[in-house]
Structure formats: C-alpha cells, structure tokens
Design a protein around this ligand. Structure first.
Ligand code: SAH
Length: 213
C-alpha cells in the first residue's frame, strides 16, 4: 500500500471510527504526509497506531493522540498557538494547517533543527517558528496565546503557562507521573478555568524548569 492509501486508512480507522469528528482536523491529517516527518529508518511505520521513535530518546505520538489533542483546542483558523515539544515537527504542522501562527519550542537542539527542516520542506515555515529552548516556562516574548499544546508529560500544570493563555483560550497538557498521565484540557472563558480529562496517556517526560529533573 502506498503512503497516500495508508494515510486515508489511518484517518478512517484510527481517527474517525474512534471519535475524532472535527472535519478540519480530519482533513488536515488526511492531507499532511506524515512519512516526511519521520527519520528515514522509521518511515515504514509512518501510519502505525503507536508512538514511533524520532531519535534522541523521544517519540512522535500515535496519530490518534495528535488528533485528539488538536481537536480539544477547537481551532477555527485565526489563532496564535504555542506548542511545547516540537519533536520532528509533525504536530506543529497539523496545528499550522488549522491556525494562523504557531510558535514551537524544542529542548533538544538537533530535534529543533530537524523540525525546522521538515516544516520548511512541507511549505509551512511561514506559519511556524521553531525555537530551541525550555518550553516548560512557555515563551513569554510572544505571549499571550489563544491555544497552548504541550507534547510532554508534566508533574503539574505550570502556572507560567496559564499566565500566557488568553481569555478565551485552551491549554492541552498531559499531567501525572513519569509513566502515566491524564491528558488535561483547560478551557478558559470569562475569567474562569474549567479542567477536564480527555484521555489517559503516556508521554515522554517534560524537562526543564517546570518539568522533571
Ligand atoms: N509533537 C512532537 C512529538 C514530541 S515528543 C512531534 O510531532 O513529533 C516530546 C518532545 O518534547 C521531545 O522532542 C522533547 O525533546 C520535547 N521536550 C521535552 N521537554 C521540553 C521542554 N521543557 N521544552 C521544550 N521541549 C521539550
């Protein structure tokens, strides 16, 4: 099966049938060539229903988790989004397809470089800026954000990220132990924050000041 066919099967079986309904999310993930974001050695696994290694001890989430996280942000198209943990840049590319501007922070310099190159090759570098640094404290220089997406597991919700979120705004972040987390969605409206659990998950640990030592 070629990648295009694998991609449409992924959207149908892993996303739509499991409850992802936002047509914009389904269209974005149906259009983006995920295989171009993975290291050459992992390309054959581009559409498997599991996390995949992207090197440097890090992984790209399974497609369903990416879709769920993005859907929870309820993006309409005009948003400014902060992503913490660019990895290979795939999730940032999905966000960029659905919002107007994405700032993505990556801790590992080599991955920041890879994410930049992948986003450039995907023709999305005009919408996404990849910054190398500690995103556990957000990115004050460009704050506030309509949406914040954290791609690594945190011990708790960093206050400093909440301080960089607009009203209305949405933050999605895995919170829990090093091994298991709840994917929390925090919705801010009229000065009030509501938190719900979207699913249980296993992310790589968030590093940096507000992460794990
Ligand atoms: N969204 C990515 C997957 C990211 S995996 C993708 O689509 O490929 C989580 C990433 O978070 C890893 O690349 C890891 O290096 C990064 N990370 C961990 N702690 C971080 C921090 N404090 N600041 C920025 N990035 C961090």
């Amino acid at each position: 099966m070629d990648f295009k066919q694998q991609r449409s099967e992924m959207v149908e079986r892993q996303l739509r049938r499991r409850g992802i309904h936002d047509p914009r999310v389904l269209a974005a993930m149906g259009a983006l060539p995920r295989e171009n974001f993975l290291p050459p050695s992992e390309r054959a696994s581009s559409y498997v229903d599991d996390p995949v290694s992207i090197g440097y001890g890090q992984t790209i989430s399974q497609p369903y988790i990416t879709a769920l996280m993005v859907e929870c942000l309820e993006l309409k198209g005009g948003e400014k989004v902060l992503e913490v943990g660019a990895g290979c840049g795939y999730h940032a590319a999905v966000l960029a397809s659905l919002a107007s501007e994405v700032i993505s922070i990556e801790y590992v310099p080599e991955l920041a470089e890879i994410a930049r190159a992948n986003l450039e090759a995907a023709g999305l570098s005009h919408k996404v800026r990849v910054i190398c640094g500690d995103g556990s404290t957000g990115y004050e220089a460009e704050a506030p954000y309509d949406a914040i997406s954290v791609a690594a597991g945190a011990p708790e919700v960093p206050e400093v990220l909440l301080a960089q979120l607009k009203d209305p705004g949405r933050l999605v972040i895995p919170v829990g132990s090093r091994d298991e987390q709840e994917l929390l969605v925090i919705s801010r409206e009229h000065g009030k924050d509501r938190t719900r659990v979207a699913t249980y998950c296993r992310f790589v640990p968030l590093r940096g000041r507000e992460g794990w030592v």
